[in-house]
Design a protein around this ligand. Structure first.
Ligand code: TK8
Length: 335
């Protein structure tokens, strides 16, 4: 009798939870696009997301990942999400500026001194506010991943001083802050989607580009670039986004699956990216790249030249948001 009662209670407990769960999570197919290849930090973290969604939804929600921009460039995928033709993607915040101007905050040269500052601001009130702005435009931002601190590569010469950038045909992201920044520094800045970058470097349509070590490694830019200059000129986030048209069809339980899986993928991604970046310079040297560090005095000149860009970013994203960001950074730096 006792055993029977216990079994009955257990069965009731399961019955009261399981059917609710089953009803709230429907079979879903989510197409998730990204720009880098499967072997990259972006590809690895996408895999974590795919597996976690499968696990948390009891196999009902399936994420099909499409790497190497096979669903399109960042900009094309954003439009597909807005239109509802694609469900999810991860890409650079810099390519979202045309849609949500506040995203330009993250393009501020030398905004963050280190990854800890980036995490605190991106995951804190400022990052949350900027992310929320996407909703007015048909996108839902889940989490920021780390693309990383960007460094310069080119095929012309080792960049040891500012003037060495003169006339270098430099691919930049499709983003005005990057375009203006590198023009200001003397380069011949050319906006191109990431998916066209390798062949542009290979055919010498451009001389150089700038991206984090991880990407220079995973996209094999070392095969077509000789010089790498450590500049750390800006920290780039990636952002995981969902089509709002799709999101609005989901139950709270389904939204929670995506949100929780996104957080798990973010935590994995940041650690994985940092581990890889820590040894990437040695790897790139091993692949034959000639590496130099931009001397501190030249970095200071670079910062000074880019100072004017900051006030235009502040005006674009809104002075209040700019001030709030600076105040948050001030607090972090006092700790
Ligand atoms: C990948 C891009 C890339 C970015 C770029 O789709 O375009 O240089 O750094 O990560 O978003």
């Amino acid at each position: 009798m006792k055993l029977f009662r216990r079994t009955l209670l257990a069965a009731l407990a399961v019955a009261s939870v399981a059917p609710a769960f089953a009803q709230d999570i429907k079979p879903r197919l989510i197409r998730f696009g990204y720009g880098l290849n499967e072997q990259s930090n972006q590809g690895r973290a996408t895999k974590v997301f795919v597996d976690e969604v499968e696990k948390l939804s009891g196999g009902k929600m399936k994420v099909r990942a499409f790497g190497a921009a096979s669903l399109g460039t960042d900009v094309q995928m954003q439009q597909a999400l807005i239109g509802g033709a694609q469900e999810m993607m991860v890409g650079s915040t810099a390519t979202l500026v045309g849609i949500t101007k506040e995203m330009a905050l993250w393009d501020t040269p030398f905004l963050f001194n280190n990854a800890q500052e980036a995490d605190a601001v991106l995951d804190g009130p400022v990052g949350t506010k900027v992310k929320a702005k996407l909703e007015e435009k048909g996108l839902v931002g889940l989490v920021y991943w780390e693309n990383g601190f960007r460094n310069l590569t080119n095929n012309k010469r080792a960049v040891a001083k500012l003037e060495d950038l003169d006339g270098i045909k430099l691919r930049v992201m499709q983003n005005n802050v990057f375009l203006d920044s590198f023009k200001t520094l003397g380069a011949n800045a050319i906006p191109l989607p990431f998916s066209e970058l390798f062949s542009a470097l290979e055919t010498k349509a451009v001389d150089g580009q700038e991206n984090p070590y991880n990407t220079i490694l995973s996209s094999k830019f070392y095969e077509v670039q000789k010089y790498l200059t450590v500049t750390n000129h800006v920290y780039s986030p990636w952002i995981v986004t969902v089509s709002k048209k799709f999101w609005d069809q989901l139950s709270p339980a389904e939204k929670k699956v995506l949100q929780d899986a996104a957080v798990k993928s973010r935590d994995f991604e940041r650690k994985d990216t940092r581990d890889e970046a820590a040894k990437a310079l040695a790897d790139l040297k091993g692949k034959g790249m000639q590496i130099n560090e931009l001397p501190a005095s030249e970095a200071a000149r670079m910062r000074e030249k880019l100072g004017a860009i900051n006030s235009s970013i502040a005006a674009n994203v809104g002075q209040d948001l700019w001030n709030e960001t600076q105040a948050e950074l001030g607090k972090l730096r006092k700790k």
